[in-house]
Design a binder for this molecule. Structure first.
Ligand SMILES: Nc1ncnc2c1ncn2[C@@H]1O[C@H](COP(=O)(O)OP(=O)(O)OP(=O)(O)O)[C@@H](O)[C@H]1O
Length: 633
């Protein structure tokens, strides 16, 4: 077992670069301190860099916002500086030395920005960020123009580059997988394995995340060589872990680190698990983050509580609000804008970000929100991981995420780098067990109560009024409703997010539906509390003419697709019919052949019996012999 070297206690979580032997060059330290303004070093950097930069594989688990990005970028840079390359002996333009895989485009860009800053002092090295969302041909042209020694990217686009022969991974010395567990949730492990297979085995590998699933630990076993497991946790968690002694827990005043051999750790975990001593997953949440929940009744009670909550806060606050689906973000961003206006809640600028927004627009929104002092970003889990947006005051979870890991990543967008932050999750009454579930994962969470002066009637009136003027909003509300059902039905925590307990009428009212759509999920279920509006929806216009054209075009395309599918189905049916007929023909011919064969065989048997009988008649064989020969036959 290897433990960390001791470090004198410090009032801050950070210690100074010079206080410890980080095994990194002065050039890097000076650049970090003087140009990038990072005077101190965070605990995760303190633990990771000396090992990773000194050619050890690492599996690093540290809470959100703890500075993992710089930990792996500095290590990767130091490994390059330790190699044969320098400003005189530069690597070739396309010679890839480091590959950094991240699960989302915005995160790739963000890491790219930090890397660019880091490389301003090392201009002989080139960084490049390749992500999907734009034309692959453009990306390839740009890559070929710029070249890269350190490449950051999402798995899909990196794979495209490999597949088209744009990049070769034979020269890669360092592989970093950031937010490692998400690759497994996204089902990207096959591509990930294929990419890893193309990188020489002598590489160094670093896995980083705030949450580490068993799958990641499996990857550590097959994709790494004698890795170290580095874990950072806070003082409070140390107290919870007292049972885990005696392990080398090196203490600063507020944060603790444990570094140990990966296999030894696995063994220890097994022993502790059987002894029931283990305190799982306690080190993922920053200690500066306060978490709250609010129980609201049914789904249709959430919007008015959200309005009240925001209204009671100061104007200058920055929020991220997480929804279950892209369609919910589309609907509520539109509605909230009008509700703020109607109820005079000024100064809250609303932005939206989700997977279905085009990449160029996504980048713009992200950049705008980064710079805003206050405002609200409505988003989905596309923004849950890794995004480093400064000074978010509140994370609000309008819909609970699929699992606690995602909860932890969502709330981790606030309280970053030692700052304070708060989070709120809205729960329906039947979902209250979610709180116990969070507590079992050692999430410190308390209840808040809220009296609201907003009422559903006036909210619904406003929403329906808007819908009656613009069919686009009707589409948004319908899509929001349908996708919410699918989200709920497929929720991983079925014992808490119980579909049977979901009040369908309340969900319909939450989206101010004009008519209940006929979807198979709700056929035969009670929706008495919901009343369909007597209105001819087709007579409502699209305010945005482009939208109208888009919808018509989309309908045309869909109709065409349907027709094509119908024709293909008919064709398939015809072919199948023909094949059946052919098969029947074959079977008939076969039957005939078999019959003939049998007839021939019967004839042979008869002839043989006749011959034996004649022998018996002529007295050449006895009666017993005759009967025996017939039996043998
Ligand atoms: N040594 C340092 N001194 C001061 N601030 C730092 C230092 N290192 C990193 N930071 C800042 O801390 C913030 C969080 O860093 P980073 O994004 O790397 O966190 P993370 O651990 O990767 O979080 P997540 O798990 O959410 O991805 C960033 O704003 C970064 O600039």
């Amino acid at each position: 077992m290897e433990t960390t070297t001791s470090l004198s206690p410090d009032k801050l979580k950070y210690s100074k670069w010079k206080q410890v032997d980080m095994k990194i060059s002065k050039e890097i330290v000076n650049h970090l301190r003087k140009d990038m303004n990072f005077n101190k070093i965070t605990k995760v950097q303190r633990e990771t860099i000396p090992l990773f930069a000194k050619n050890k594989d690492v599996c690093v688990k540290a809470c959100t916002g703890s500075g993992k990005t710089l930990a792996y970028l500095v290590s990767a840079l130091q490994i390059i500086l330790n190699s044969e390359y320098n400003s005189e002996n530069r690597p070739k333009k396309y010679e890839l030395l480091t590959l950094i895989l991240v699960p989302a485009r915005e995160l790739a860009k963000q890491v790219g920005i930090v890397l660019d800053q880091l490389l301003t002092k090392f201009e002989w090295l080139k960084g490049y960020c390749c992500i999907g969302g734009n034309k692959i041909s453009e990306d390839i042209d740009s890559f070929q123009e710029k070249g890269a020694n350190i490449l950051i990217g999402t798995v899909g686009r990196i794979w495209d580059f490999i597949d088209r022969g744009v990049i070769k991974l034979k020269t890669v010395k360092v592989l970093v997988i950031d937010e490692a567990d998400l690759f497994f949730q996204q089902g990207n492990q096959i591509k990930l394995n294929q990419i890893m297979d193309k990188i020489p085995r002598e590489r160094r590998t670093g896995l980083f995340s705030a949450t580490m699933s068993d799958a990641v630990q499996g990857l550590a076993r097959i994709g790494m060589r004698n890795p170290y497991y580095i874990e950072i946790f806070s003082y409070k968690e140390k107290t919870l872990r007292n049972n885990c002694e005696p392990f080398a827990i090196e203490s600063l005043r507020e944060e603790y680190a444990r570094t140990e051999d990966f296999e030894e750790r696995s063994l220890r975990m097994k022993i502790e698990e059987t002894k029931n001593e283990i305190v799982k997953n306690v080190n993922e949440i920053p200690s500066t983050l306060k978490n709250y929940f609010l129980v609201v009744g049914n789904q249709d009670e959430k919007l008015k509580n959200l309005l009240e909550f925001i209204k009671q806060k100061e104007e200058k606050q920055k929020y991220m609000i997480f929804f279950a689906t892209c369609a919910s973000v589309e609907y509520y961003s539109y509605i909230l804008y009008h509700l703020f206006k109607k109820f005079s809640i000024p100064g809250r600028k609303i932005l939206k970000l989700h997977r279905k927004i085009k990449q160029t627009q996504r980048s713009k929104v992200y950049q705008t929100f980064l710079k805003m002092d206050n405002g609200i970003l409505l988003t989905t889990d596309v923004s849950a991981r890794g995004l480093d947006i400064p000074d978010i005051d509140w994370i609000i979870q309008f819909d609970p995420p699929q699992d606690t890991d995602q909860y932890i990543h969502r709330i981790g967008r606030t309280a970053r780098a030692g700052k304070e932050g708060e989070s709120l999750i809205l729960l329906q009454t039947h979902e209250q067990a979610y709180v116990q579930f969070l507590k079992s994962r050692k999430v410190d969470i308390s209840e808040i109560k809220l009296e609201t002066e907003f009422d559903n009637k006036s909210i619904t009136e406003l929403c329906k009024g808007l819908m009656k003027k613009d069919k686009d909003l009707i589409d948004k509300s319908r899509n929001g409703f349908v996708s919410f059902f699918r989200y709920y039905k497929e929720h991983e925590l079925k014992f808490i997010m119980d579909f049977k307990q979901l009040d369908i009428a309340a969900v319909a009212n939450a989206f101010s539906l004009l008519r209940m759509p006929r979807i198979k999920e709700i056929l035969g279920k009670k929706t008495k509390k919901f009343v369909n509006e007597k209105i001819d929806i087709d007579s409502i216009p699209y305010l945005n003419k482009n939208k109208k054209m888009q919808k018509e075009k989309m309908k045309e395309v869909l109709d065409e697709k349907k027709e094509k599918k119908r024709e293909e189905k008919l064709k398939r049916k015809e072919i199948a019919e023909k094949q059946r007929e052919e098969k029947n023909k074959v079977t008939r011919a076969e039957k005939k052949r078999r019959r003939k064969e049998l007839e021939v065989q019967d004839w042979d048997d008869l002839q043989r019996e006749d011959r034996i009988y004649k022998k018996y008649k002529k007295g050449r064989i006895t009666k017993e012999e005759y009967e025996q020969m017939l039996l043998d036959d």
